[in-house]
Design a protein around this ligand. Structure first.
Ligand SMILES: NC(=O)c1ccc[n+]([C@@H]2O[C@H](COP(=O)([O-])OP(=O)(O)OC[C@H]3O[C@@H](n4cnc5c(N)ncnc54)[C@H](O)[C@@H]3O)[C@@H](O)[C@H]2O)c1
Ligand SMILES: [Fe+2]
Length: 416
């Protein structure tokens, strides 16, 4: 069936702006995908059902021969397959619509997402809107959901286990976080050799994304004992292993550890929610084309400082949760305030160690554009679903002061 592309794009644009996730009265923890990990994990594909399969990925995965590692196994298993390799970083509504057309045309029984968060998120959105469209066209019992396998190549977004997908509306210059349980993959394959080609800056950015997921999940009002356990373990591994992996991308033990940490942080935040740091990263990342993990890394120390109620123009904050996490990570200090400062400094020191800029000015964001965009950026951050899940409510004045600090690199960690 051929569907009109413009019709699909409009549908995605319209529906993305509505809250997708149903509200639950009962608390729950989803640990959905089956996770296959380790050096032989990819051989899971040899046992896939014989249904037609689509591999959704980005152009680098084709060029680097990574897709061939998947398709050769499909061929070995005599599975008919097609490859859609047009996903760009921060996938757009237009890309989701293009992939959705291919899914409608090919009618796959299995869909494999291969790549970083962008390829996996684009696949999630394609599948979500595919089911929505089909449900409008035929009776529910005839709507078949393809089996969804995710193979991450970054460590990472944790997208292989989350109900989130972030797509970009380039017309509006915004990133839209979508959330629906039906987007959680059925299977995640973690074969650490896929991350061996990540350049050092991407190792740092994606690793700082893991740390941000873990910290935001831990302090989130939606957090619980289960999410806390995964968040602390993910943060602990990141603090121990990311610097070594950044120094030596060839260290396969560190690579495997960061891969697990990424998935664990994903399990934490998909069940608890994220927070203001992601609200800021989505907005500034889309506006100034800053990679997602880098935007989080720059903002994280400032957001911890703000949420903990430290610094000159801060009101009271939520210090105890950060302090509790710090203790579980082995930090020791006289009181909660000092522990929060240690968390802020830890995030900041990691940025410096990885050569990540510590201000937006140092990211190359032009001053006139930044201050000219301020009101509009504040609107977008306040609208972002992650900001709404922040443990501390934020208003326009808070955000103006916070963004000003992040732009100029003013981290007043030792002032009352
Ligand atoms: N769904 C979620 O839960 C979630 C969480 C956080 C972020 N995100 C989103 O994920 C996206 C970022 O994903 P990402 O950080 O994984 O990067 P990415 O998928 O955008 O990839 C960035 C670049 O790295 C390349 N790349 C990927 N793997 C590689 C490898 N092994 N070797 C060499 N190059 C490789 C890609 O080809 C691409 O050019 C953003 O759009 C962000 O908003 C989603
Ligand atoms: Fe993230």
């Amino acid at each position: 069936m051929e569907l009109n592309r413009k019709f699909i794009e409009d549908m995605i644009r319209e529906q993305s702006n509505m809250p997708l996730e149903e509200n639950d009265a009962i608390r729950r923890f989803d640990a959905c995908p089956k996770i296959f990990f380790g050096a032989d994990a990819l051989d899971y594909l040899l046992g896939l059902p014989k249904d037609k399969t689509i591999v959704i990925t980005d152009p680098y995965m084709v060029k680097s021969g990574t897709v061939a590692e998947i398709t050769s196994r499909l061929a070995q298993n005599r599975i008919e397959h097609v490859v859609f390799s047009e996903v760009e970083p921060d996938p757009s509504i237009e890309t989701v619509a293009a992939g959705l057309q291919v899914i409608f045309r090919e009618k796959p029984g299995t869909v494999i997402a291969l790549g970083g968060g962008s390829a996996i998120d684009a696949t999630k959105a394609m599948l979500y809107f595919c089911i929505r469209l089909k449900s409008g066209l035929m009776e529910k019992q005839y709507v078949r959901r393809p089996m969804f396998v995710a193979i991450p190549t970054t460590s990472g977004t944790g997208s292989e286990v989350t109900s989130y997908a972030v797509i970009s509306d380039r017309r509006q210059g915004v990133k839209i976080p979508l959330r629906h349980r039906s987007m959680i993959p059925a299977v995640a394959i973690l074969d650490p050799h896929f991350t061996r080609t990540l350049p050092a800056d991407m190792v740092a950015y994606t690793g700082m994304d893991v740390l941000t997921h873990a910290i935001e999940a831990y302090v989130s009002p939606g957090g619980n004992d289960f999410t806390g356990m995964f968040a602390v373990e993910a943060a602990g591994i990141t603090l121990r292993c990311l610097p070594a992996l950044h120094r030596n991308a060839g260290d396969s033990d560190m690579r495997e550890k960061m891969y697990s940490a990424s998935t664990m942080a994903g399990l934490a935040f998909t069940n608890s929610g994220l927070g203001l740091c992601h609200g800021i990263a989505h907005t500034l990342g889309a506006q100034y084309h800053i990679p997602h993990g880098k935007a989080n890394a720059v903002a994280l120390p400032y957001v911890i400082l703000f949420n903990a109620g430290l610094g000159p123009h801060r009101r009271s904050g939520v210090r105890a949760r950060y302090a509790q996490m710090a203790r579980k990570l082995g930090m020791r200090a006289a009181d909660d305030t000092e522990l929060c400062r240690m968390m802020v400094l830890t995030a900041r020191i990691l940025c410096e160690q990885f050569g990540i800029p510590t201000s937006l000015a140092d990211c190359g964001v032009p001053e006139a554009a930044f201050y000219g965009d301020m009101a509009q950026n504040i609107d977008k951050i306040l609208e972002d679903a992650c900001t709404k899940a922040n443990p501390l409510e934020v208003n326009r004045e808070d955000l103006r002061a916070l963004l000003d600090d992040i732009y100029r690199g003013v981290l007043t960690v030792f002032k009352k």
